[in-house]
Design a protein around this ligand. Structure first.
Ligand code: IMP
Ligand code: MG
Length: 172
């Protein structure tokens, strides 16, 4: 595959630090539950939480899918791994790798809101706004990106390329 760099490691880490600083300020003194959406957001959630200054932060993991094994969105949320903790009255931030059609995030937000958190925000590393099929806006966005199939730093093509330390796209 001919992979072109879209966001290099330095730019990526600089922006993640900015997001961490912003979240640190906005949640000062509050308990934060970060929900990392596996598997794509794993790299981002680790680096982001290292940049949030808080001694009341929990990192939790969920795995959901609305994609299957191809590039089409099916529209329904399959919960592969659910939360292990109760989020009622908690301040929750969903951490996602990318919002594309928006269908996954709309469904996930709906699911988590039923658990009555005190607050629920969305932090996505990448936002492909051009591709939206449903209305959803993230509260924190790392980078707006063009309509390309993206790889690296957690994002995969058939399971591969997640381990690239930068964000790239397939230039074929
Ligand atoms: P949505 O429901 O269409 O917003 O899809 C979101 C999910 O699709 C993300 O969490 C990714 O796992 C996957 N996805 C969407 N676009 C890309 C891409 O360009 N590269 C890799 N995965 C993607
Ligand atoms: Mg994902």
């Amino acid at each position: 595959m001919n992979i072109q760099v879209l966001i290099d490691e330095e730019k990526l880490q600089k922006r993640i630090k900015e997001l961490g600083d912003q979240i640190s300020k906005e949640y000062e003194g509050k308990e934060i539950i970060v929900i990392c959406v596996l598997r794509g957001a794993a790299y981002f959630a680790v680096d982001l939480t290292k940049n949030i200054r808080s001694d009341k932060l929990l990192i939790e993991f969920m795995q959901v899918s609305s994609y299957g094994n191809n590039k089409e969105t099916t529209g329904n949320l399959k919960i592969v791994k659910d939360l292990d903790i109760d989020i009622e009255n908690k301040n929750v931030i969903i951490v996602e790798d990318i919002i594309d059609s928006g269908i996954t995030m709309v469904n996930l937000k709906k699911y988590l809101l039923e658990k009555n958190p005190q607050s629920l925000k969305v932090c996505t590393l990448l936002d492909k706004k051009e591709r939206r099929k449903v209305e959803i806006e993230a509260d924190y966005v790392g980078f707006d990106i063009p309509n390309e199939f993206i790889l690296g730093y957690g994002l995969d093509y058939e399971g591969h390329y997640r381990n690239l330390p930068y964000i790239g796209y397939n230039k074929e």
